[in-house]
Design a binder for this molecule. Structure first.
Ligand code: OGA
Ligand code: MN
Length: 204
């Protein structure tokens, strides 16, 4: 098993046992820094747009989510972006082979939450797009501390009918994944800019 597949195994074990997978150092510090640099460069060039609500991306409501996003286009991807998408492609193939999932492709966007912004509790799968099977978030932040806030809260249903909120710090290089149709989650306000590559693995 190569190092990438070892990380896939950690994610898959988590998905099977707890409904979410989390692994650190999915990206090396160098890869994380390179993608963060690309993100900030594209932000400076005005390529980011406020994220919308719903699958038509029509309504912008900063009271629900305050991030700005930029979709990744494979044809125009920089080498570092290609490398990231290639490891996601491997993850899809690995999931299909070992978990008999019928995943076909992925869609990813950069996300930038300016200080003070958040994303209220929600479910990722849109009512009109049932193709999103797994949500994947890979953080690009440098030296994130608990005092910086911006936690991802995962609402985990418990066997006794209650739920437990799990806090995940958006530490650079860390990757989190969960079933898009099942886990409600939210992003708490951060005290500084919060950045990530966020996407969905989709079925046919
Ligand atoms: C999303 C989302 C979580 C995060 O973009 O749908 O829930 O931690 N992101 O950035
Ligand atoms: Mn979400």
């Amino acid at each position: 098993m190569n190092p990438l597949e070892e990380r896939f195994e950690i994610l898959i074990d988590g998905l099977a046992d707890r409904g979410y997978g989390i692994v650190d150092h999915f990206l090396s510090p160098e890869e994380t820094a390179a993608l963060a640099r690309i993100l900030h460069e594209k932000r400076r060039q005005g390529e980011f747009k406020p994220a919308g609500i719903g699958n038509q991306q029509v309504t912008v409501q900063t009271g629900i989510r305050g991030d700005s996003i930029l979709w990744l286009a494979e044809e125009y991807a920089a080498p570092e972006e290609r490398a990231f998408l290639s490891s996601i492609r491997h993850f899809i193939d690995y999931l299909n082979r070992t978990c008999y999932l019928n995943l076909r492709d992925a869609e990813f966007h950069y996300a930038h939450y300016p200080a003070g912004t958040f994303y209220q509790r929600h479910l990722d799968r849109f009512r009109t797009d049932s193709r999103r099977r797994l949500s994947v978030i890979c953080y690009l932040n440098d030296d994130w501390q608990p005092a910086d806030g911006g936690q991802l809260l995962l609402y985990l249903p418990q066997e006794n009918g209650t739920e437990q909120a799990l806090e995940v710090l958006p530490v650079g290089g860390r990757l989190v994944c969960f079933e898009s149709a099942r886990l409600e989650h939210e992003v708490l306000p951060a005290g500084r800019d919060r950045i990530s590559l966020t996407g969905w693995l989709r079925t046919a």
